[in-house]
Design a protein around this ligand. Structure first.
Ligand code: V4E
Length: 205
C-alpha cells in the first residue's frame, strides 16, 4: 500500500516551458475513470473514492495527519493532498466493508456515479534528489490541471515528500497559494451539483 502526496496546479505557458526544459516526457496515456458510491454518497462523504481505471479497481482513502516535527502546518504543505491508495482487490473489499458496515451488506450494490476520460502527459523530473512525477491532465469535459506527485510507502517520510513537492513547485515557478480543484471536483460541480454541494458542506472538497 502506498501514500500518494500530490499538489495540483494550473499550468501557465511559462510553467509548461520550464517543465519541457527540466522534465522528461515519460509517457502519454489515456484513461477512463468510473467512480462508484452508494446512492446516499456514503463513501465520498467519508472522503473515500472508489474507481475503476482502465478496468482495474482502485480505492483512495484519507491519511491521518501527523502534527508536530514530522509535518509542520506550512502553507506549502496545506496545498498538498495525501491519500492512501489501495489496489489489491481483497484489501479494497475489506476497507469497503469497514466503511459501509451497517449501511450496505453487499458491495456489489454500489452504483456508478461519475465517469470521465483523461488525456495525460507524464513528466519525470530528472534531479536525483527531487525525483517525482508531473502530470498534465486534460479531462474530456474540458478541464486541464497539473499534478506534482510523490509516492511513499505507508509510514514513509511525509516531510521529505512534501519538501520534494515544494522544491519542484518552486522550480516550475508556481507561486499560487490556493488549493487547485481536481478533475473530480470540477466534474461533480458541473454534472452533479447536489453531490458537489453536499461534499462542500461536509468540507470533503
Ligand atoms: C476527488 C478526490 C479523489 C478522486 C480523485 O480525484 P482527482 O484527484 O481529481 O483525480 P485524478 O485523476 O487526478 O487522480 P490521480 O490520477 O491523481 O490518482 S481522491 C480525493 N479527492 C478529494 C480531493 C480533494 N479534497 N482535494 C484535492 C486537491 N484533490 C482531491
Amino acid at each position: 500500500m502506498s501514500i500518494e502526496v500530490e499538489r495540483k496546479f494550473l499550468c501557465s505557458a511559462d510553467t509548461l516551458k520550464i517543465l519541457q526544459e527540466i522534465g522528461v516526457c515519460a509517457c502519454q496515456r489515456q484513461f477512463h475513470d468510473q467512480y462508484f458510491d452508494t446512492p446516499q454518497f456514503h463513501l465520498t462523504l467519508r472522503d473515500v473514492w472508489l474507481r475503476k481505471r482502465k478496468g482495474c479497481w482502485e480505492l483512495k482513502c484519507p491519511v491521518a495527519r501527523v502534527t508536530g516535527a514530522e509535518e509542520t502546518q506550512s502553507e506549502a504543505s496545506a496545498l498538498c493532498s495525501r491519500y492512501k491508495e489501495i489496489t489489491n482487490l481483497r484489501d479494497i473489499k475489506m476497507k469497503l466493508m469497514e466503511v459501509l458496515k451497517d449501511i450496505c451488506k453487499d458491495v456489489t450494490s454500489l452504483e456508478q456515479t461519475s465517469c470521465c476520460v483523461t488525456e495525460s502527459c507524464r513528466h519525470e523530473m530528472d534531479s536525483e534528489q527531487d525525483k517525482c512525477w508531473v502530470d498534465l491532465d486534460e479531462a474530456d469535459f474540458g478541464y486541464r490541471v497539473g499534478e506534482i506527485e510523490v509516492l511513499i510507502p505507508e509510514g514513509g517520510d511525509m516531510r521529505a515528500a512534501l519538501d520534494k513537492i515544494e522544491r519542484t513547485a518552486k522550480k516550475l515557478g508556481l507561486t499560487g497559494d490556493q488549493r487547485i480543484d481536481g478533475k473530480m471536483s470540477v466534474y461533480l460541480k458541473i454534472n452533479h451539483p447536489e453531490h458537489y454541494e453536499r461534499l462542500m458542506r461536509e468540507h470533503i472538497l
